[in-house]
Design a protein around this ligand. Structure first.
Ligand code: ATP
Length: 311
C-alpha cells in the first residue's frame, strides 16, 4: 500500500453547547489516513463518528487539535483558496438516502449542486456531460437525470448520493454509514460499487459504521471509537485476530460468528467504562503504539497487560 499520508487528525477535540453547559463529543482523537486506503471508523450510536467526519469537512469546528490534509492545515482559520479546494477534494456520502436528497429537485440538479456552488464546470453542455458520466459511473442510466428522487429505490438513491460526490472529482470520500439505512439485500451492491470506484479512481475512504462486520471486508485499517475517544486502532486482520481493548472485544462478541480469541475470554461480554478495569481518575490513559501499527488507549497497568497478551 502507498503510505503517503492524505489526512492527519491530531488530538482532535469537538465540543457542543456553551461555556456553562459544555459537552465534549470528540476528545483527543488521533489517526492518519493513507492515500488509497479504506479507513474504517466504528463505534456505537452517539460515539462521535459523524462529528469527526463533520469536523474534517469543517461543519463542526475543532475546539482543540488540528486536521491536516495533504500536508496543509485545514482546521481553524484557512484562506478561501484552500477552502474552495477542500470542497472539491473531500466529499461526504450520507447515511439515509431517503432523507439526504432534495425531493423537489431533479436528479440533474441534485448531482450538479456542488458544481453550481463552485461555478467552474464550463459550459452547460459540459455540466450535463459530467452528470451523465457520474450517473454511468454509479450504474444508473443517464436519462435518470430528468427524474425526481421519489421515483427511485433506496439503493438507487444512494447511488445518486455517490454520483453527487463523484462529480467533484474528490480524493477522499467520507462515507457515513452509507448502507445502514438500506435493505440487507442491496447493501453488498453498494459496498461493491464503492470498492469498484475506489479501484477505478484511486479514491481514499473514511468509512463510518456502527458494526465491525460491515467494515471488516472493505477496510485496510479500523479505529474503534467509544464515547468520543478512539480506544483501539489496527490493521483489519490484526484487530480481528488480536483485539485487545475490552470495548473492541465486546463489539466483536456481538458479531454472529464470534472471533475465536474473543470466545476464549467469555468474561468480556459487554464493556462498562465505569468498571474497576478503568481506574482513570488516579491513573489516566494514554494513546500508545503497542506494536507497530497497533494503537491502544490505556493506562500503564492496562498497557502492560495488553503487551503480555501479544507475547
Ligand atoms: N449539533 C450538535 N449539538 C449538540 N450535540 C451534538 C450535536 N451533534 C452531535 N451531538 C452529540 O455528540 C455526540 C456524538 O454524536 P455523533 O452524531 O457524532 O455520533 P455517531 O457516533 O455518529 O452516532 P450515530 O451512529 O447515531 O450517527 C452525541 O451525544 C450527539 O448527541
Amino acid at each position: 500500500m502507498n503510505k503517503e499520508k492524505l489526512l492527519e487528525v491530531k488530538n482532535l477535540r469537538v465540543e457542543f453547547g456553551n461555556k456553562n453547559n459544555k459537552f465534549v463529543a470528540v476528545n483527543d482523537v488521533n489517526f492518519n489516513i493513507y492515500k488509497g486506503e479504506t479507513f474504517g471508523l466504528v463505534g456505537e450510536s452517539g460515539s462521535g463518528k459523524t462529528t469527526i467526519g463533520r469536523a474534517i469537512i469543517r461543519i463542526n469546528p475543532a475546539a482543540g487539535g488540528e486536521i491536516i490534509y495533504s500536508g496543509k492545515k485545514i482546521s481553524g482559520k484557512i484562506d478561501s483558496d484552500t477552502d474552495r479546494a477542500l470542497t472539491k477534494k473531500i466529499q461526504m456520502i450520507f447515511q439515509d438516502p431517503m432523507a439526504s436528497l432534495n425531493e423537489r429537485a431533479k436528479v440533474d440538479y441534485i448531482v450538479s449542486e456542488g458544481l453550481y456552488n463552485l461555478k467552474n464546470y464550463g459550459t452547460e453542455e459540459n455540466r450535463k456531460k459530467i452528470v451523465e458520466q457520474a450517473l454511468l459511473d454509479v450504474g444508473l442510466l443517464p436519462e435518470f437525470a430528468s427524474r425526481f428522487p421519489h421515483e427511485f429505490s433506496g439503493g438507487q438513491r444512494q447511488r445518486i448520493g455517490i454520483a453527487r460526490a463523484l462529480v467533484m472529482e474528490p480524493e477522499l470520500i467520507i462515507a457515513d454509514e452509507p448502507i445502514s439505512a438500506l435493505d440487507v439485500s442491496i447493501r453488498a451492491q453498494v459496498i461493491n460499487l464503492l470498492s469498484e470506484l475506489q479501484k477505478q479512481k484511486g479514491l481514499t475512504y473514511l468509512f463510518i459504521a456502527h458494526d465491525l462486520s460491515v467494515v471488516r471486508f472493505i477496510s485496510d485499517r479500523i479505529a474503534v471509537i467509544h464515547k468520543g475517544k478512539i480506544v483501539e486502532l489496527a490493521e483489519t486482520e490484526m484487530l480481528f485476530d488480536c483485539p485487545l481493548h475490552p470495548y473492541t472485544r465486546s463489539l466483536l462478541s456481538a458479531i454472529p460468528t464470534p472471533n475465536p480469541r474473543v470466545e476464549r475470554n467469555k468474561k468480556i461480554e459487554s464493556y462498562d467504562p465505569g468498571s474497576s478495569h478503568f481506574d482513570y481518575d488516579k491513573n489516566p490513559p494514554s494513546w500508545v503504539e503497542i506494536v507497530p501499527g497497533h494503537f491502544i488507549l490505556g493506562n500503564e497497568r492496562e498497557v502492560s497487560e495488553y503487551r503480555k497478551q501479544l507475547d
